[in-house]
Write a protein that binds this ligand. Structure first.
Ligand code: AMP
Ligand code: ZN
Length: 474
């Protein structure tokens, strides 16, 4: 098929035409979540944009097989193989077993994905399902001389590679040689960047999940999971590997090192990385503890679709700063858009020529390094264009196969209708109204006004009437 689709390949540092190994088919792999806590909306930015990539490829005609792992063992609190296993940390925090934690947060992750219309990959494989595959790869790496045993652990020997820092430019490589200076030294490592393939010894003897291996009872390193799980389901050649930018080093660098040493040939041609969602204090991260989840957004009255649209309105390669003000603007834009679409008259004939003309524009936007905000602009453009409502509706319905914003199915709220609010929000509003009443009684009008403004900033309008205070969410 014609390979018109282009996107930025982190490996070549260029926007490239995408040419898969097998004509018309795409083997795609996504690093899945570490299921020791809820996914935050930053993690979900990565999964939303990867979902759009997958759906775009399907939309332009590729047959995609997408695989994702679930990290339920081996991801330590530092990406450089030090610290405690994140899963064990989660289990201790909640006084549950590691497997209970894994099951709970895996389910929670897929619930969030469902709310955000993120399609479940064709294959989802927890790391703990593949222990024999990991052991096999570690044995092969030892046999080929790419790995060594030291202090009970098996390490990958990065000095055996001509080019370990595959993602970096020449200048960056020089800087990266000393990159792990801040990391706790592991005296067993021959080289600073060597990484663990199999642990039998760690400071944390209470590791819950352990398996027999030729090197003793232990557990796999984090990086080996993705190499083995992808090869198990996609074979020796992969087309696209995805993740957030924080995965580039060391995770993806190490995946390439061990996979290509094992296979003896190039493994994956295209690397797709999504930049971070930040809040005012910096990168949103699970380890910081204080983070935003989809459920929290819902509790505050936000439709998850507004967050999906917020992500789609910015380019995946740019950092994105989250704020409630920006999300509020997106809610207003989203509601207006779905209202306009709902007002279209669906009966009548579709003008095929106009339909095709806009479809080409939409495909071009996606094929230009996944320009999702341009794709949404095309939706606005077509709504203004001179063509039948039926054509417009058919186009929006078709584009929503990729955008997945429920553009033709969202419930449109009537303006006079008070928004459905949950009990928690209602209690909050009533408490604020009461507080304002008290302030007024005490003649503290500045405080009363401040409370009214605080509510107004959240879109909650209050009005004093003879019957008392009435409120409405706008
Ligand atoms: P984890 O569950 O920590 O293994 O991360 C799951 C995915 O989310 C990975 O692809 C990360 O690269 C990505 N990720 C982590 N933090 C962020 C963030 N703040 N913004 C976007 N993606 C992120
Ligand atoms: Zn991975």
């Amino acid at each position: 098929m014609e390979n018109k689709f282009k996107f930025y390949n982190t490996l070549s540092r260029n926007v490239e035409s995408f040419i898969p190994h097998e004509d018309g088919k795409v083997a795609m792999y996504t690093c899945g979540p570490t299921v020791y806590h809820y996914a935050h909306i930053g993690n979900l930015r990565s999964y939303i944009m990867e979902d759009v990539l997958e759906k775009s490829l399907r939309y332009v005609g590729y047959d995609v097989k997408r695989v994702m792992n679930i990290t339920d063992v081996g991801h330590l609190s530092s990406d450089a193989d030090t610290g405690e296993d994140k899963m064990l940390k989660g289990a201790k925090r909640e006084h549950k077993t590691v497997m209970e934690i894994a099951q709970f947060y895996t389910d929670a992750f897929f619930d969030d994905c469902k709310k955000l219309n993120i399609k479940t990959p064709d294959v989802v494989e927890p790391a703990t399902n593949c222990i024999s595959e990991f052991i096999h790869m570690v044995e092969a790496l030892l046999e080929k001389g790419y790995a060594y045993v030291a202090g009970g652990n098996v390490y990958f020997d990065t000095s055996k590679l001509e080019d370990y820092y595959v993602f970096s430019s020449q200048n960056e490589k020089e800087l990266l040689v000393g990159v792990r200076d801040d990391v706790e030294e592991d005296a067993n490592k021959k080289n600073k960047n060597d990484f663990v393939l199999w642990f039998t010894k760690s400071k944390f003897e209470d590791q819950a999940l352990k398996w027999e291996s030729p090197w003793g009872v232990g557990y796999p390193g984090w990086h080996i999971e993705c190499s083995c799980i992808s090869m198990k389901h996609l074979g020796e050649y992969m087309d696209i590997h995805c993740g957030g930018v924080d995965n580039i080093f060391p995770h993806h660098t190490n995946e390439i090192a061990q996979s290509e040493s094992y296979l003896g040939h190039k493994w994956c041609n295209y690397w797709f990385h999504v930049n971070h969602l930040n809040d005012k204090s910096g990168k949103m991260s699970k380890s910081k503890g204080d983070f935003l989840t989809v459920s929290l957004l819902e509790k505050k009255g936000y439709d998850p679709m507004a967050y999906r649209m917020f992500c789609l309105q910015s380019h995946y390669r740019k950092p994105l700063e989250f704020s409630f003000e920006a999300l509020d603007n997106m809610v207003a834009a989203y509601n207006k858009l779905v209202k306009r679409i709902a007002d279209l008259k669906k009966d009548g004939a579709v003008e095929q020529e106009r339909f095709n003309e806009y479809k080409v524009k939409f495909e071009d936007a996606l094929a230009s390094d996944l320009n999702t905000s341009m794709a949404i602009t095309i939706v606005y453009d077509l709504l203004k264009a001179d063509m039948s409502d039926a054509t417009k509706f058919a186009l929006v319905e078709d584009f929503d196969r990729v955008l997945s914003l429920n553009l033709t199915t969202a419930k449109v709220e009537k303006p006079e209708e008070n928004k459905a609010v949950d009990a928690e929000l209602e209690n909050y509003i009533l408490a604020k109204i009461e507080e304002r009443k008290e302030a007024k009684k005490a003649k503290d009008f500045a405080k009363a006004d401040a409370i009214r403004d605080e509510l107004a900033a959240k879109g909650i309008m209050i009005k004093d009437t003879r019957e008392g205070v009435i409120w409405q969410i706008q």
